[in-house]
Design a protein around this ligand. Structure first.
Ligand code: PMP
Length: 422
């Protein structure tokens, strides 16, 4: 790696297994959409902890809520024990998120603290409730790295290391996989109805409305409605994995809002706590709650610090639609800037992908995309790639980023594309 602090890189590489190849500096502080290194260098954050920091680093309101809670000796962790912090989160999520969206009859199940664990819980519950084990997932989908969630994951890059047989998943073509004319849902319908396809009747379908790791492929409202219909026709549960696209990322709390669908389960994690505190849950239809005690345990489910920051984030950002509107406006600003970059540096070979504030530029290949990210990093922008070949330069910045920071970051990206593609 050129142009980085090699001492730091070597130290990290030799002393711990989990070293960072892309950003070989030591970060010390972070505020909003800005990261600051030990040496005082400032970076704009277009990664935001892989989407865990939608509300920015150390948001003052969330930070104060946590500081007050700790100062008052609020319990940090209580497993399943009922606590005031848990009660407040449940009440707030219900009042500000579920009820206004006509979802007042959904329940919340706290799982282990990772997105993967929420996916495991949803897949397990779908199998238990239906008595079937096969699950449909989609090409280029990403659902986690535990064995069940990995089985549902299409991305070979993530699956590679496992090298093990991961059964009971039928991976089907995602929206637009064959171009926008092909009827993928019709194809799946036909395969499900044909015993010669060898597909066991599935318990559920798990889908991202906008594929985060898979390269920002977006499903249309029409495709999602057809998928829901297919689920009803074949008696399959519809699980929306909103771990990355949820919590405001697309300009609404859930990524599927306004699409006219009602998933049976929704998995949430990443930005749910709003503060980077690990937290995950499944939102499920009441009648699916057939868990018996101990059937999906996990020592760190229901962390009280996460409840505190999550409730504070909901109160601060989701009392009205001002925040959601600002996300759409900023998303448009980023999309416009990206479109200008595409026009300037490769209208034939580059394209803008995604929606809301989950956007990226598709490059001809992964090497080009990585070189662009490295150039951007050297000039003060932390940004990563996604997609099956790492070919999409992806913006996943905090949703609270300012217009000035957006423009600055786009300027850095513009120069990076010019340098790498010239
Ligand atoms: N689902 C989606 C859509 C994700 O983007 C991710 C994480 N990138 C996961 C599941 C897994 O979450 P975690 O890494 O917290 O296990």
């Amino acid at each position: 790696y050129q142009g980085a602090d090699m001492n730091v890189f070597e130290l990290n590489e030799s002393s711990v297994r989990s070293y960072c190849r892309s950003f070989p500096v030591v970060f010390k502080q972070a505020r909003g959409a800005e990261l600051i290194t030990r040496d005082g260098k400032h970076y704009i954050d277009f990664l935001a902890g892989a989407g865990t920091l939608n509300y920015g680093h150390n948001h003052p309101v969330l930070k104060q809520a946590l500081l007050d809670y700790i100062a008052g000796d609020g319990l940090a962790h209580g497993l399943d024990m009922y606590s005031e912090a848990k009660e407040r989160f449940l009440e707030t999520f219900n009042r500000l998120i579920l009820e206004p969206r006509g979802m007042g009859d959904y329940l919340m199940q706290f799982t282990g603290p990772t997105g993967s664990n929420a996916v495991e819980a949803a897949l397990k519950l779908a199998r238990k409730v239906t008595g079937r084990s096969n699950v449909i997932s989609f090409t280029n989908g990403f659902h986690g790295c535990s064995i069940g969630s990995l089985a549902a994951t299409g991305n070979q890059h993530h699956r590679g290391a496992a090298g093990i047989s991961l059964s009971d998943i039928s991976r089907m073509p995602y929206a637009n996989y064959f171009g926008d004319k092909a009827d993928t849902i019709g194809m799946i319908d036909k395969l499900l109805a044909d015993p010669s396809s060898g597909i066991d009747k599935p318990a559920a379908v798990i889908v991202e409305v906008l594929q985060g790791e898979g390269g920002l492929n977006a499903a249309s409202a029409e495709w999602m409605r057809k998928l829901e219909k297919l689920c009803r026709k074949h008696d399959m549960l519809l699980i929306v994995d909103d771990i990355q696209a949820g919590c405001g990322r697309t300009g609404s709390f859930f990524s599927f809002e306004g699409m006219g669908i009602q998933p049976d389960m929704i998995t949430l994690s990443k930005s749910l706590s709003g503060f980077g505190v690990p937290f995950a849950m499944v939102v499920l239809r009441k009648e699916l709650d057939q868990w018996q005690p101990g059937e999906h345990n996990g020592t760190f489910r229901g962390n009280n610090h996460a409840f505190v920051t999550a409730a504070a984030a909901l109160e601060h950002f989701w009392r009205d639609d001002g925040f959601a509107r600002s996300v759409l406006a900023k998303g448009q600003r980023i999309a416009d800037g990206m479109a200008r970059i595409v026009r300037r540096h490769g209208p034939g070979s580059l394209s803008v992908k995604g929606r809301g504030m989950m956007l990226g530029i598709r490059c001809p290949d992964g090497e080009i995309a990585s070189a662009i990210c490295r150039h951007a990093f050297d000039n003060g922008l932390v940004i990563e790639t996604s997609g099956p070949h790492g070919e999409v330069v992806k913006c996943l910045c905090p949703l609270v980023i300012s217009d000035e920071q957006i423009d600055q970051a786009l300027g850095i990206l513009d120069k990076a594309f010019a340098a790498v593609l010239s």
